[in-house]
Design a protein around this ligand. Structure first.
Ligand code: HEM
Length: 123
């Protein structure tokens, strides 16, 4: 059960990052497919799975929501959602979209490093 949940979390992370990367390029380069309904709905489903699996993992292990590296991931995932809204809804120019997209990718890189090292500051 725990192994399946961890696998689900890792798959959700991989899919979420890939979809954000490609969808971001689609928005920056003004592609028509980014306006289609599935492209807008699928990320919500993946990110819900990502967060639910994360909560399940914490509940099933001795890790606690108060552990500094878990707190960083919790806050980080909220910032990830916020920056995604900036890229896909708020930013109007290509430069703004590109800047929020790159900052969000850097954040994701940090969160993966935090997860692998299990340290609030993994570098
Ligand atoms: C975008 C957000 C997130 C990313 C990129 C991410 C990434 C990852 C990755 C790559 C792993 C596997 C690490 C490894 O096997 O070495 C992992 C595991 C884990 N993540 Fe996340 N995660 C995110 C959100 C969260 C959140 C919000 C929480 C807590 C509420 C969380 C809690 C955990 C826990 C407890 C593990 C299990 C560590 C273990 O047992 O090895 N993650 N995460």
């Amino acid at each position: 059960m725990y192994a399946s949940l961890l696998l689900l979390h890792k798959l959700a992370v991989l899919t979420s990052i890939s979809v954000f990367f490609i969808r971001g390029l689609g928005v920056i380069y003004n592609r028509e497919w980014v306006t289609r309904k599935p492209v807008k709905i699928v990320p919500h489903v993946i990110d819900t799975l990502l967060i639910l699996s994360a909560v399940g993992i914490v509940l099933m292990t001795p890790f606690a929501f108060s552990d500094p590296w878990i707190l960083i991931k919790l806050v980080g995932v909220l910032i990830y959602v916020g920056l995604s809204v900036m890229v896909f809804k708020v930013a109007k120019s290509r430069v703004q979209q590109g800047m929020f997209w790159i900052v969000n990718l850097a954040l994701l890189f940090l969160l993966v490093a935090v997860a692998v090292e299990k340290q609030a500051w993994p570098f």
